[in-house]
Design a protein around this ligand. Structure first.
Ligand code: NAI
Ligand code: MG
Length: 357
């Protein structure tokens, strides 16, 4: 049976960048005779407007039935004041949790063509290629109890909980080791085991897992040191595995080492490599509707889908090579261009990738 892809454009620049990725999907579908089928639905603010909720049950049902999901981005200031449970971001958290997408893969790659886009010195970041594996469905973003209360004194108090079970740590740890095995065989587990109980269990489970991966060199680092090391000497890392909160922050930090968040894809996988694929960036309300967003992160997310969910390595490699080609040719969207006058539009960038393919 042909593979089914659910496409959720979302809000802000979401629809613009997804449109470019769909052009690329149409192209590889034909060129590699993939015979995929895809259909569209809403998520986030767009779903709130259409269905009154950021993730409709019918959409979730379609996502369960699909073999993979391609997502743009969600959120925007127009939904800032609605009830917290109905905010666009809740739709994203819910679909990740409901699909059991516990492993978030976020590569940070510095394209040689964009070497001068980084805020760091060229010799520190040249040829940077690291992968952050972030736990995505546990930890402090989901832990209960959470909430606010008013103390007897009248003071307001708020609290979150950071729980991790052994099995949650084990399954994300395994993904970290497996990814390291496919790459440079170095895994750095990042935690805060000097302070947090959840991190102490995290570290213990990682050490237990290491016995099954003798070919991978495991190290541990406290998260504050990891933040420092990422800007001091980022090339010391191959694969980093860490929890939901630390991974959120460190992966954005790593993204910036590469110059533009508009270049970085991500994959979120379940235990069977079913996945949701999305750019690392948000809905960029500041540039939405202007046609200047960088579609490459979304196009590269499509390449990750072909690689991790469908094992179509040839097609995945072809997309990545095409992106390299357009960068070689000097095409730049505004976020990666040196001068605005020399930049191409979102649609022009998408078309150029299709042409290169
Ligand atoms: P953002 O990633 O949307 O934007 C940060 C900055 O990067 C902005 O200046 C934006 O113009 C720029 N940028 C982002 N993607 C770009 C692209 N493809 N091309 C060119 N420039 C790009 O993060 P921000 O501003 O913190 O959040 C905006 C909204 O997005 C919020 O509602 C937030 O909650 C939501 N958000 C959604 C995410 C998702 O859907 N996965 C992730 C992060 C934020
Ligand atoms: Mg983030």
């Amino acid at each position: 049976m042909s593979k089914q892809i659910l496409i959720l454009p979302g809000d802000g620049i979401g629809p613009e960048i997804i449109q470019q990725a769909v052009k690329v999907l149409e192209c590889v579908n034909q060129r590699f005779a993939l015979n995929y089928q895809w259909h569209f639905d809403s998520i986030g603010g767009a779903a709130y407007e259409q269905y009154g909720t950021p993730l409709a049950d019918s959409t979730l049902q379609k996502a369960r039935q699909a073999d993979a999901v391609l997502l743009g981005a969600v959120g925007g200031p127009q939904w800032d004041n609605i009830e917290p449970a109905l905010r666009p971001e809740r739709g994203l958290l819910k679909i990740r949790a409901e699909l059991g997408l516990f492993a978030n893969l976020r590569p940070a790659i510095l394209y040689p063509q964009l070497a001068d886009a980084s805020s760091l010195k060229a010799e520190i970041v040249a040829a940077l290629d690291l992968l952050i594996v972030r736990e995505l469905t546990g930890g402090i973003y989901f832990g209960k109890p959470r909430g606010q209360e008013v103390l007897a004194s009248g003071e307001r108090k708020a609290f979150d909980t950071l729980p991790y079970s052994e099995s949650e740590i084990r399954r994300i740890g395994k993904v970290g080791f497996e990814m390291a095995r496919l790459r440079g065989k170095k895994l750095c587990s990042v935690d805060k085991a000097n302070v947090l109980a959840s991190s102490q269990l995290w570290r213990a489970v990682m050490n237990e897992l290491a016995a099954d991966y003798l070919d991978v060199q495991l190290s541990h680092m406290y998260v504050d040191n990891a933040a420092m090391q990422l800007v001091r000497a980022p090339k010391q890392f191959d694969v980093i595995v860490t929890d939901n909160l630390f991974g959120d922050i460190l992966s954005d930090q790593a993204a910036m080492l590469t110059g533009s968040i508009g270049m970085l894809p991500s994959a979120s996988l379940d235990a069977n490599n079913k996945g949701m694929y999305e750019p690392c960036h948000g809905s960029a309300p500041d540039i939405a509707g202007k046609g200047i967003a960088n579609p490459l992160a979304t196009i590269l997310s499509l390449a990750m889908m072909l690689r991790y969910s469908f094992a179509e390595l040839q097609a995945a490699n072809a997309i990545e090579a095409a992106v390299g080609k357009v960068l070689d040719a000097g095409l730049r969207t505004a976020d990666i261009a040196k001068a605005e006058a020399s930049s191409v539009s979102c649609a022009q960038m998408g078309s150029a990738v299709v042409e290169a393919l």
